[in-house]
Unconditional design. Sequence first.
Length: 129
Amino acid sequence: MTTEPDDTTTTDEQETTDGWADTQPAAEATEFDDADEFDDSDEFDDADDFDDPDPSWLPDDIERKLRYFVVAALALLALIALLRFYFAASATINELIAPAYQSLFQALFNLTILLLSGAGILWQARELR
């Protein structure tokens, strides 16, 4: 590192500027660096269409009635499954438990179903308030 006589930079300034000189040259431009060749400004223009959580392809009253119908159909399906489970569990108790204890197990099973149903009814009643 030589200093010319007309150079007025100090030694500290030269070390600082020489440190920049040791850096690697910038990478060559790729085909995507040119703004004319690759314009992504309209890439997210259509994204606003997907942000709408409530698509309005149906009128509100029809959509609400359709949702109630779906809930009612699912509730009926759940009721049928619950009844089938109840009778299958009762039959299993009758098969696996000794006759002396069958009534006790039936009572415990029925109490469990009653408590779970009551908890579900209370939860839904609180949500409706």
